[in-house]
Design a binder for this molecule. Sequence first.
Ligand code: GTP
Ligand code: MG
Length: 241
Amino acid sequence: RQQVFRLTTGSSALDNLLGGGIESSAITEAFGEFRSGKTQIALTLCITAQMPKTSGGGMGKVAYIDTEGTFRPERIAQIASRFNLNPEAVLENILYARAYTVEHQFQLLTLIAAKMTEEPFALLVVDSIMALFRVDYSGRGELSERQQVLGKMLSRIMKISEQYNIVVYITNQVMADPGGGVSFVPDPKKPIGGHVLAHASTTRLYLRKGRGEQRICKIFDSPCLPEGEATFQIGPGGVEE
Ligand code: GTP
Ligand code: MG
């Protein structure tokens, strides 16, 4: 069995909060309202995953499932230069796929798992895990079926993570709660996906906006990681100090 490793996020404060970085053979979920930095963390990990393990990297390729169309190759190139890596080489090592349905998302996982038997991978990103479930199971009375399929998908993801010793980073949305008035406002502290997702995620990160480009991360409901927060910036180089 390969040794579990920790992948740097690009911020030492965030790495410290996580006990040295995002661990492999586990699922790490980040949730928070729009623009809280979920995708920017994903894009930064695409680069650090390819760095040597002695620099906090994962020394492997990246698989990226995008359900929202927010992956940006130009941004990857920009973050790669911060770490002194060749942008084209970095992009070539990212197996990118846009998913359009839950079924498609499942098929992509199978395809990715097949690729992982051929080449060393260090990271799997799913940005976001719930978006297509929300669309495909939007009807009343479909919730229990949704949760059942979600559970199946998450156990497939966990199996991939353990089998190939890779870091899994998934993003999640927050619940829209009826406010006092007519409008629905997002409740930043309530991830969707219910107990199925809560149970599957090894570590849950709650992200919120600070001043300007500052972002704050808190470990959500973990029995083994300390309470506390880490502050980082989103800058030209991705996740920064
Ligand atoms: P949703 O997917 O909408 O829920 O948001 P998210 O949590 O994924 O937010 P995301 O990671 O996209 O963060 C958006 C923030 O990142 C923006 O508000 C900017 O502050 C920052 N950002 C995005 N792109 C760039 C860029 O090219 N350069 C810099 N410096 N910052 C950027
Ligand atoms: Mg996003």
